[in-house]
Design a protein around this ligand. Sequence first.
Ligand SMILES: [Zn+2]
Length: 309
Amino acid sequence: MACCDELAAVEFLEKQRWGNDPTCVYCGSTNVYQMKDASTEKRNHRFLWRCHDCKKQYTVRIGTVYEESRIPLRHWCYAFWRAATSKKGVAALEIKRQCQISYKSALFLMNRIRFAMAPDIQVAQKLNGTVECDETYVGGKPRYKGNNPRGRGTDKTPVFAAVERNGQIRRQVVANVNGRTLKTAIRETVSPTARIITDDYLAYRGIGAEYAGGHDSVCHSTREYVRGDIHTNTVESSFALMKRGIMGIYHNVSHEYLHRYLWQFDFIWNNRRMNDGERIETAVKSAEGKRLMYKPPKTRGNGSAVVSA
Ligand SMILES: [Zn+2]
């Protein structure tokens, strides 16, 4: 990607955002022009645009996740490229080294990019078809080894996932793994017309009554893993990939921030059929309009992450 210099990065982001019709970020007019430096006749050193209609000046940063930073856009481009193409994720430390910026800046950048990758809950459709649901634990160290098959009594963070066979995934941090919490998570992410598949964990019992496709389960407690097309292999491999990424790159992710990493892992999974270039474009496009939504970490009453960072 041509982001070795600032002008190339700016033009790349302008192209992603506006295509061939540069648009005023304030009034939507396309009656706009690039400002030039009087002495050199070249593009203004701040890459400003001006609108003939509302007379305001702006840059491509306005209204995006990069608006409130002075970090050069070529570093944003590099970080977008890394975050959108690495299956195992990318650490802020690596961005710090590659871009030669402070760790604080690298962290700021990666957090905004992960936020850009978060699903847009206004438009995100519920999962449908055959949907595997499961829960797991991430991070921390189990206090009681051996006798805690569901992580009870540990400081690990429970994560719930629903995955369409051959389709999309939705992972979320949950407060606990009791029936009420997990069923709520299923209702929030899976369409009532779907068919649910889980293991035989008691918390999922009874959910089939709410789903047109019913509920099938494999009996992991008796070592049954596949019965016909009934299995949870897809969701389990998604957890394995996520854990390898978190262990390998991030070492330890606190409970408070885990949801941000889930956004990134879900983004990679949900766009896995795109090539790298398409995935970068999708990530960059999703940065638009997210700036105002960026808020301090928050969780819902049940502990699941709301879409704020
Ligand atoms: Zn305007």
